[in-house]
Design a protein around this ligand. Structure first.
Ligand SMILES: *Cc1c(COP(=O)(O)O)cnc(C)c1O
Length: 428
């Protein structure tokens, strides 16, 4: 595969930007070669500057549930653009997307728009602290919540300990406000809630999809809900990936569990930078200017970004949208799994809705420490061979893949054959 132009751009970019990128995983550090510089996306395909074309399973890390360059989204953006790019005032588009979401999501009464998933989580955490008057947060090992200071932490030694920051530049005092627990263990959660009186919220990705796909049981998630109610702690579902992905009502609707706050990003902006957080009126009325929890943004609810979100959500709300997408994905995943089972590989594909993950084990994995980092060498080989055969996966074995509406059954059928051949080369 020719990467000459990408390599040239990468050399130039490295002089200007740390690591040549604006988000670390884009640098291809976990796989081989220079990152590919993409210049065009159309339906399920993306094209790089050297003219290589790929079937895209990264989908911009989740936002592109409709695939690239959806005509309806593009037309809606163009229409909005004719009226200018930003007003710094309320606009009717805000009401339109607000209605679209609140009328179709049983667990949301009020919502506030921001510009990224990180911002949504950061604001939800502040709101939880402001509302409860408490400080500490429980998070789970293997869940990612954006680069929010107090959530860039991992567990210290031993179970159920205070967090240790995973990035330089985070004050210890802040990291100590976060308690990190393993997933899939309700007893530990209750022990922590009993021990620490100062807990404002438990935050979880109800569909943990940033460190493999560590699917939790419904009873575990329901258990968290009961514990939060019992100990008067808010339950925050970080649905930046799962929101509008596993269904219009995200994981909350999928599992029929009402969290106190939900955070959004990715799909909600139809491929543009939008995030949001929402919940019941009782809690949301504490957000400024109605309440005393400050939160603001110069470009929040930007009309162009919202117009893209509106166009996308209007398609997602259509009857059978998710059934079709999920069935298509299930078929694709089943074929891959049949192949791996038949060949007895230490590999299977975990999935929910239109999210999938190559899990290098025969068994389901539910906790972060269940993933063997040594197995990522298989992914590295797989990634390289798949690129050569025109299939683009996110450049890390810890990342999930996404199927979009634009992936045609014929695309998936061909991809299945290619992936099976590559698996045969890698796994023997
Ligand atoms: C992507 C993601 C974030 C961060 O969103 P950004 O828009 O990248 O800031 C937060 N939480 C979850 C669950 C995510 O998947």
């Amino acid at each position: 595969m020719n990467r000459k132009k990408s390599e040239k751009y990468y050399e130039e970019a490295k002089k200007m930007f740390p690591g040549g990128v604006h988000s670390p995983v884009r640098a291809f550090k976990s796989v081989e070669g220079a990152p590919l510089f993409m210049c065009k996306g159309d339906k399920a395909y993306i094209q790089d500057v050297d003219g290589n074309r790929f079937l895209d399973f990264c989908c911009s890390w989740g936002p592109l549930i409709l695939g690239h360059n959806n005509p309806k989204v593009r037309k809606t953006i163009s229409k909005a653009l004719a009226n200018g790019t930003s007003f710094g005032t309320p606009s009717p588009l805000g009401n339109e997307i607000g209605k679209l979401i609140l009328d179709n999501h049983r667990y949301l009464d009020m919502i506030r728009f921001v510009s990224s998933g990180t911002e949504a989580v950061m604001s939800a955490i502040r709101l939880a602290r402001g509302y409860t008057g408490k400080n500490k947060i429980i998070k789970f090992d293997g869940c990612y919540h954006g680069h929010v200071d107090s959530l860039l932490v991992k567990a210290g030694s031993g179970l159920a300990t205070f967090g240790v920051s995973t990035s330089a530049g985070i004050p210890d005092t802040l990291a100590k406000q976060t308690i990190v627990l393993p997933l899939n263990d309700l007893d530990l959660v209750e022990k922590s809630l009993k021990k620490h009186k100062d807990i404002a919220a438990i935050i979880i990705e109800p569909v943990p999809a940033n460190n493999g796909l560590l699917l939790q049981s419904k009873s575990y998630l329901k258990g968290l809900r009961s514990l939060c109610t019992k100990y008067k702690v808010l339950l925050i579902f970080d649905e930046v990936i799962s929101g509008f992905r596993v269904g219009f009502e995200g994981a909350a609707g999928y599992y029929k569990i009402k969290p106190d706050l939900i955070t959004f990003g990715k799909i909600i902006g139809g491929g543009m930078p939008v995030g949001a957080f929402g919940g019941s009126k009782k809690i949301m009325k504490h957000v400024a200017p109605l309440g005393n929890v400050y939160q603001a943004g110069t470009l929040s609810a930007n009309p162009i970004a919202l117009s893209a979100g509106i166009a996308a959500l209007k398609i997602l709300i259509q009857k059978d949208f998710y059934n079709k997408l999920n069935q298509k994905t299930e078929k694709f995943v089943n074929h891959l799994n049949e192949h791996c089972t038949k060949k007895r590989y230490e590999l299977h594909v975990q999935s929910i809705g239109s999210i999938f993950w190559f899990c290098f084990s025969k068994k389901k994995i539910k906790t972060a420490d269940g993933i063997d980092p040594k197995k990522m060498s298989y992914f590295k080989k797989m990634h390289k061979l798949l690129l050569q055969k025109g299939i683009y996966l996110g450049p890390s074995g810890y990342e999930v893949g996404f199927v979009s509406e634009a992936h045609k059954p014929s695309d998936l059928k061909q991809a299945t054959q290619t992936i099976c051949k590559v698996i045969d080369k890698v796994m023997v």
